[in-house]
Design a protein around this ligand. Structure first.
Ligand code: FAD
Ligand code: FES
Length: 289
């Protein structure tokens, strides 16, 4: 099991459990039930030190409500404020939903391993995203869009429940202009939808523009979707060591101390959330792990 974590600079690396205050400077409503919060660290030094790798997450702390893991969804090359795209799920995200621009919360991070962008060098790259799973992949899109001759084809396959829940829809044209082939599918079509209907794995099944034997695949979404995407990819000729998925479990410490996020022999906060498929495939088949 790989324990290699990408180096990010934490607001206070010596005290990774201590949250740093941050101000909400902008909120973008994305799709129903999902908004992107742009957070600016209040401390000037923490602000200038902060860096993250695509795929890493922060812990957001709301006093009186709790603390949750949220991926950083913006451009790693930008100096901040830092985007966090959040789906309203329960207690903490529901409390976050009540906040407005100018309000403060606590932030600590970044934590975890990032997507291995170095593996993309000279290869075709396929990103497979289900719903909010596009949020941790968006920094990959920003980063790889700046690569010029080092990549083969760039493909983004997105699945959503319905056309109006396709995340970051307004950016697709920009990504296409940056060289991405963007394909979308929905579970339930609306009357004016003339795109694909069905699981995102169908898009992967039909994809012919990449050389599967040499391509890299990064996948993020519901666990079952990632498992089936990996199965399809293997059938299409991908090698298991070029498939990466991002796992989720409830987190507490986020630094490998409490065991709360344990998944088989791995702690998702420390050893993941991004894992190479061949290293974790046996655990995906264990129910309730
Ligand atoms: C590494 C990592 C990165 C994440 N990145 C994002 C992100 O970018 N955007 C985002 O919106 N969410 C993300 N999440 C999920 C987010 O942490 C949870 O949705 C959040 O903790 C829910 O907290 P809550 O108190 O609002 O809901 P709770 O009251 O804890 O739960 C409400 C409902 O949601 C379910 N639930 C809670 N957590 C999860 C989860 N992790 N996966 C699936 N179902 C869950 C519960 O079972 C319950 O049914 C990430 C999680 C991890 C571990
Ligand atoms: S959240 Fe504590 S070990 Fe991962």
């Amino acid at each position: 099991m790989s324990t290699a974590a990408c180096a990010g600079v934490r607001p206070d690396s010596a005290h990774p459990w201590v949250a740093t205050p941050a101000t909400i400077v902008r909120i973008d409503q994305e799709v129903p039930g999902v908004a992107t919060y742009y957070l600016e660290l209040c401390d000037e030094k923490a602000r200038s030190d902060y860096r993250f790798q695509p795929g890493q997450f922060n812990m957001l702390y709301l006093p009186g409500a709790g603390e949750i893991a949220i991926s950083v969804s913006g451009d790693p090359a930008a100096a901040g404020p830092y985007a966090h795209t959040i789906r309203r799920a329960g207690n903490v995200t529901g409390s976050l939903w009540q906040l407005k621009v100018g309000d403060k919360l606590g932030i600590r991070g970044p934590f975890g391993s990032g997507w291995p962008l170095g593996e993309c060098q000279g290869r075709d790259v396929v990103l497979v995203a289900g719903g909010i799973g596009l949020a941790p992949l968006r920094p990959v899109i920003y980063s790889l869009s700046k690569w010029e001759n080092e990549l083969g084809r760039r493909v983004l396959l997105c699945g959503a429940r319905s056309p109006e829940t396709l995340l970051y829809h307004s950016q697709y044209l920009q990504w296409i202009e940056a060289g991405w082939q963007v394909e979308t599918t929905v579970d339930r079509a609306s009357p004016d939808w003339n795109g694909h209907v069905g699981a995102v794995t169908l898009l992967l099944e039909r994809l012919r523009s990449v050389d599967a034997s040499r391509a890299v695949l990064f996948c993020c979404g519901p666990e079952v979707m990632m498992k089936f995407s990996a199965m399809v990819a293997l059938r299409r000729g991908w090698s298991a060591d070029r498939i990466w998925i991002s796992m989720e479990r409830n987190m507490q410490c986020a630094v490998g101390w409490c065991g709360h996020c344990q998944w088989g022999p791995a702690f998702i906060c420390r050893d993941g959330p991004v894992f190479r498929y061949d290293r974790i495939a046996p655990f995906l088949d264990v129910p309730g792990l």
